[in-house]
Design a protein. Structure first.
Length: 134
């Protein structure tokens, strides 16, 4: 069960608080767990879900839930997905989950196109003087 694995993971983190993990890290995983519990009730009307029912659509639905229902921005959503991914990888490594397609969700960051500057633009910026100290 997904929530059981998440709680197991969070319990391990709490035992390592102060030595290997900061309290802010533990809080972040606790918050992620709370959001996943709310998502399971919202989407599936369940308190927990068996690991073998996790499919790629679970992650895409979770991402959609964070962005639309929870109103999280893109980078916050990706952080929650990364936390979820770590717990799923723990389940895979312990042999509790044999479906690896869940861990293959790529972390998409917003990529802005990069425009190369001409030599003249670079020289202009290099020789430019700013009134504000930097």
């Amino acid at each position: 069960m997904l929530i059981e694995v998440f709680e197991y993971h969070n319990h391990q983190l709490k035992e390592l608080e102060g030595t290997s993990y900061a309290s802010a890290t533990i809080k972040r995983y606790t918050t992620t767990l709370d959001h996943i519990k709310a998502f399971l009730v919202f989407k599936y009307k369940l308190n927990d879900i068996p690991l073998n029912r996790l499919k790629y659509s679970f992650i895409t639905d979770l991402e959609h839930y964070f962005k639309v229902t929870r109103k999280c921005n893109h980078n916050t959503t990706i952080k929650y997905i990364k936390n979820f991914r770590k717990v799923i990888n723990l389940a895979i490594k312990n042999g509790w989950l044999f479906i690896q397609q869940v861990s293959e969700q790529e972390n998409r960051r917003s990529h802005l196109p990069y425009f190369h500057k001409s030599k003249n633009e670079c020289l202009f910026k290099r020789n430019c003087r700013f009134s504000i100290c930097r």
